[in-house]
Write a protein that binds this ligand. Structure first.
Ligand code: ADP
Ligand code: TRP
Length: 349
C-alpha cells in the first residue's frame, strides 16, 4: 500500500513562488509515488479573509493553478475543503482534546492576533495582551483553533506525509501531538503521526524581493505564477539590493543573499556560481544578476501562466475535477469519522 500524502493551500489569492517551491512543486513530484490528496483550504481562508464576494473565485484560482502546475486529477485526488462536511464534524470532536493554552502559544496565532490588534511588542505575554485588549473580538475563535482544523484535514485522511513549507512545521508538530493524545486517551492506534516531506532536503523558505526573509501574500512582496512577463521583470529589477561589495570576499547582506537563494531555486548551479564568484571578487553588477534571475524565473512561470489562462475559464472541467475529488476524499473521511464516533462513544439508537 502506498503511503498517504495530503496537503492544502488556503484560498486567499493567487499562488506565488513561495507557495510553488515550498509546496506545489513538491505536490507535483510526489503524485506518481504516493497516494496523494491535495485540497484548497477555503474554511481556513475564512479565519482571516471572510469575503463572500471573493471566496469562490479564490478557490477557482488555486484550483486552476494546481492543475496548471501539473497536478494530474487522474493521479491525485483534488478537492475543496468545504465539500467534505465530515471535516467540520471531526473539527468539533477533536477540539475537545485540544488545550486553549497550546493554541494561544502557536506562533502563527500570535503573529496574526498581534497584527489584527496592532500590537507591536514581541513580548511573550501576548496571551495576556490579547485577553486584555479592548478590540480582542476581532481575533476570532476560528483563528485560535486553526491548528485543530489543519490537524483534522490531515488526520481524517490518515496521512503520513504532508509536504509544506518551513512556516507550517509548528502546525505539523501540533498535529502529531493531537494524534498521539487522541490515540493514547482512547487506547487506540487510529491516527498515524504525519511528517513534513522535502525529498531528503531541508524545507525551503523562499525570500521576498524587498529584502525581507519571506515571500508572502500579506507581505506584499510576491512574484505570482500568473504575473505577466513585463510585470515580473519589473518586480525583479526593483528588488532591494545594497551598495555592492567594497572588498573581496565580503560577507553577503540579507537582500543579496535573498537574490542568491532565489537563483538557487530557479537558475543552473553554474549561473549561481558565476554570480557568487563575481560577488567575491567585487565585479558583480546587480543589474545583470537581476536580469538573469528574471529570465530564469520566467522560464518556470510563463508556461504555467499560459496553462492557468487556458484552464481558468473552463468551468465544466474545473467542476468535474472537484466533484470527482470530493467523492473520493469524502468516502475516506466518512470512514475515519465513523471510527472516531465509535471510539468516543457516540452511538445511534
Ligand atoms: P502565504 O504565506 O503567502 O499566505 P500560505 O500560508 O497560503 O501562503 O502558504 C501555502 C503553502 O505555501 C504552505 O505550505 C507554506 O508553507 C508555503 N509557503 C508560503 N510562503 C512560502 C515561502 N515564502 N517559502 C516557502 N514556502 C512557503
Ligand atoms: N495552514 C496551511 C497554510 O497556511 C494550509 C493548510 C490547511 C494545510 N490545512 C492543511 C496544509 C493540511 C497541509 C495540510 O499554508
Amino acid at each position: 500500500m502506498k503511503e498517504v500524502v495530503l496537503s492544502g493551500i488556503r484560498a486567499t489569492g493567487n499562488l506565488h513562488l513561495g507557495n510553488y517551491f515550498g509546496a506545489l512543486s513538491k505536490f507535483v513530484r510526489m503524485q506518481n509515488d504516493y497516494d496523494c490528496l491535495f485540497f484548497i483550504a477555503d474554511l481556513h481562508a475564512l479565519t482571516t479573509h471572510p469575503d463572500p464576494k471573493m471566496l469562490h473565485s479564490n478557490v477557482k484560482n488555486i484550483l486552476a493553478e494546481y492543475l496548471a502546475a501539473g497536478i494530474d486529477p487522474e493521479k491525485a485526488t483534488i478537492f475543496v475543503q468545504s465539500d467534505i462536511p465530515e471535516i467540520s464534524e471531526l473539527y468539533l470532536l477533536l477540539n475537545m482534546h485540544v488545550g486553549i493554552g497550546e493554541l494561544m502559544r502557536t506562533a502563527s496565532f500570535k503573529d496574526k492576533a498581534r497584527k489584527q490588534l496592532g500590537i507591536k511588542s514581541d513580548s511573550d505575554d501576548i496571551e495576556k495582551e490579547i485577553i486584555g485588549n479592548e478590540s480582542n473580538k476581532r481575533v476570532n475563535a476560528g483563528l485560535l483553533t486553526y491548528p485543530t482544523l489543519m490537524a483534522v484535514d490531515i488526520l481524517i485522511q490518515k496521512a503520513h506525509k504532508v509536504p509544506v513549507g518551513k512556516d507550517q512545521e509548528q502546525h505539523l508538530e501540533l498535529t502529531r501531538r493531537f494524534a498521539r493524545r487522541f490515540n493514547s486517551f482512547y487506547g487506540v492506534e487510529l491516527f498515524p503521526e504525519p511528517e513534513n516531506f522535502n525529498f531528503g532536503g531541508t524545507p525551503v523558505k523562499v525570500p521576498g524581493l524587498d529584502g525581507s526573509g519571506k515571500m508572502g501574500k500579506s507581505e506584499g512582496n510576491c512574484i505570482y505564477l500568473i504575473d505577466e512577463e513585463k510585470v515580473l521583470r519589473k518586480k525583479v529589477m526593483r528588488a532591494v539590493t545594497d551598495e555592492g561589495p567594497k572588498e573581496p570576499n565580503s560577507p553577503v547582506s540579507q537582500p543579496i543573499q535573498n537574490l542568491f537563494t532565489l537563483m538557487e531555486l530557479t537558475s543552473s548551479p553554474e549561473t549561481l556560481q558565476q554570480f557568487r564568484d563575481a560577488y567575491a571578487d567585487c565585479s558583480i553588477r546587480y543589474g545583470d544578476l537581476k536580469k538573469q534571475l528574471a529570465e530564469d524565473i520566467l522560464r518556470i512561470t510563463l508556461p504555467i501562466r499560459e496553462r492557468i489562462l487556458d484552464i481558468q475559464n473552463d468551468d465544466a472541467y474545473l467542476s468535474r475535477v472537484v466533484r470527482q475529488g470530493a467523492e473520493r476524499a469524502r468516502e475516506r473521511a466518512a470512514k475515519t469519522l465513523q471510527e472516531v464516533r465509535e471510539i468516543m462513544g457516540i452511538r445511534k439508537f
